[in-house]
Design a protein around this ligand. Sequence first.
Ligand SMILES: [Zn+2]
Ligand SMILES: [Zn+2]
Length: 273
Amino acid sequence: MFDFVGFFLYNNSSDSTMKISFLGTGGAVASQERDNISFLIEESAVLSLIDCPGAVVQKIKKVGYRPQDLKFIFITHIHPDHIYGLPSLIHSLMLEEMNLLLFGSAETIGFCAQLLDLFGLRESKIKCRVELRELAPENEISLTSQLKVTGLVIKHHSSSLGFLWENASGKKIVYSGDTPADRSFFSKIEGVDCLIHDCSAPARFFQLFPELKRMHTDSLTLGKLAEEFRIKRLIPCHFFGEIDFDQEEIVQEIKFSYQGELTVPQDFMSITI
Ligand SMILES: [Zn+2]
Ligand SMILES: [Zn+2]
């Protein structure tokens, strides 16, 4: 790896950007327009995949990248809509001489090992080697000389972990994964450049099904928290496909409080931070 003195002394003056490309933006039930949430982050030509549902190989190609250029995978938790594409991805890459580093909580890492072994995807004939690495909450790891990642506590599931990526220019992207609205989470990421956050449905659905509040976030509450904690750019995601609401309702609820830059992502959309 490298030392942090070098990271800040030599790289802090650069103004590098990070490009996010959405492979999916929906919740567990896909809709005609939205597949399960996952996305890519490109930083200085280093490609990371965040969550791994569905046919990610096709989708990575669709947004203009090569799956064999992946370096890092980050898995937020072990619910199927965030992880079920992993065996297929590694199977697709089995003839590629490459190393992938996969990060998640201890529980997620253990689960991924079982999942890959179930399909024999860590046997020696598989040329794509996957190294599984635990990232503990609050721990910071240097990924490259330009990029580091920190784990964040998330209260959705025992395996849940959020991620904060920071590049050498000091730009920060945070991804909550699935999460209830949580002030303690927001207090740790105050003023961040870009927050990709669970926004599963408008508030009226959470009134109908109050138990949802322990697992996910509604758009009205998300807007309030994002404004209070001065999030510069908010990207809501993980929209439920099994209930009926339109995007405008989400936008109106968020904008009821939030004054910052709001981007409602579509599948295959790219943005630069
Ligand atoms: Zn989910
Ligand atoms: Zn979940």
